[in-house]
Design a protein around this ligand. Structure first.
Ligand code: TA6
Length: 293
């Protein structure tokens, strides 16, 4: 199917109403909704749906480079390229019940990219809507070249929250982080849970496989489970930077937190023929008061 802008999208739906949308442009999840039709991911009202620009919101993928930590364009080229439906996906695990999934693939294609990052690879992405409405992303990168290469990678997940000042992140306490706002200097997290009062742009290192985002106002918790992605980026542009971003509404920083499972500090190194696998799964938990369950 096509979206309202004429771009190719794949829709995942299950009988209870869980919903996910994936754009072939960027291999990017651009919507995920619960059974009440509420958006669980944030997409900016100012998002620009014009390739090759990445779409502001959902889950853009940074590959083969996070941010400007290397030679490629900011956050690599994967989010700016057209992905294809994978004709040869890995077999799905055997389960009968409500599960919808799509497999996409990106290969080195453009000459421009090749000039800057000359490695032959296959990046396979499986997006899955699970039996409880959970969203799963599995990434596999295979070295198809005759020489080794290394890369960094992040799932830049824009979560939808009611009010950033009522949001708390649990699981990053006492960890070291690189502060992108202070020349990537290394600090140690001192506080209990992470709360927000201003711009934040940090790479937390060696994070646990489970991190939680608690939205007090909506009485919702996102539980992020990850594998193969040791780091976690936490980003909110706050007021000043939001105003400077053309594809981000001035007040929208209040309604999103970007939490990104990633492999940044130690780049992944692949020898010819080797494959790396990384996963994130997001589960929403509602308090009984809110959902009546
Ligand atoms: O940590 C995330 C980050 O690198 C921030 O510095 C911020 O600029 C953000 O990504 C968004 O980057 P983008 O290229 O999507 O505008």
């Amino acid at each position: 199917t096509k979206d309202a802008h004429g771009l190719d999208v794949v829709i995942l739906r299950d009988p209870r109403g869980f919903f996910a949308q994936v754009h072939l442009h960027g291999g990017q999840v651009t919507a995920w909704k619960n059974e009440r039709g509420e958006d669980l991911l944030f997409t900016s009202s100012k998002a620009i749906f014009k390739p090759p620009k990445a779409i502001r919101g959902g889950i853009p993928i940074s590959f083969p480079q996070f941010s400007n930590f290397g030679v490629t364009e900011q956050h690599g080229f994967a989010r700016n390229r057209l992905w294809a439906i994978d004709p040869d996906p890995a077999p799905l695990p055997p389960t009968g019940d409500n599960k919808a999934s799509i497999d996409l693939i990106l290969k080195q294609s453009s000459n421009e990219d090749q000039k800057i990052w000359n490695h032959s690879f296959e990046f396979r992405l499986r997006v899955m809507l699970g039996p409880e409405g959970e969203l799963g992303l599995t990434a596999r990168v295979r070295n198809m070249d005759s020489k080794p290469f290394s890369f960094t990678v992040a799932f830049q997940t824009y979560f939808a929250v009611t009010d950033i000042s009522e949001v708390r992140i649990e699981g990053l306490e006492t960890l070291d982080y690189l502060d992108n706002l202070q020349n990537r200097e290394r600090f140690t997290e001192q506080g209990d849970a992470l709360t927000f009062e201003g711009e934040v742009d940090r790479v937390y290192l060696n994070t646990p496989t489970k991190i939680a985002i608690i939205d007090h106002e909506k009485k919702t918790t996102f539980v992020i489970k990850k594998d193969g992605l040791p780091d976690a980026v936490v980003w909110n542009p706050w007021e000043r930077k939001a105003k400077a971003l053309t594809d981000f509404g001035d007040d929208e920083y209040k309604h999103t937190i970007c939490l990104q499972p990633a492999a940044i500090e130690k780049p992944i190194i692949l020898k010819p023929g080797e494959e790396w696998k990384g996963r994130q799964k997001i589960i929403t938990v509602y308090s009984s008061y809110h959902s009546g369950r």
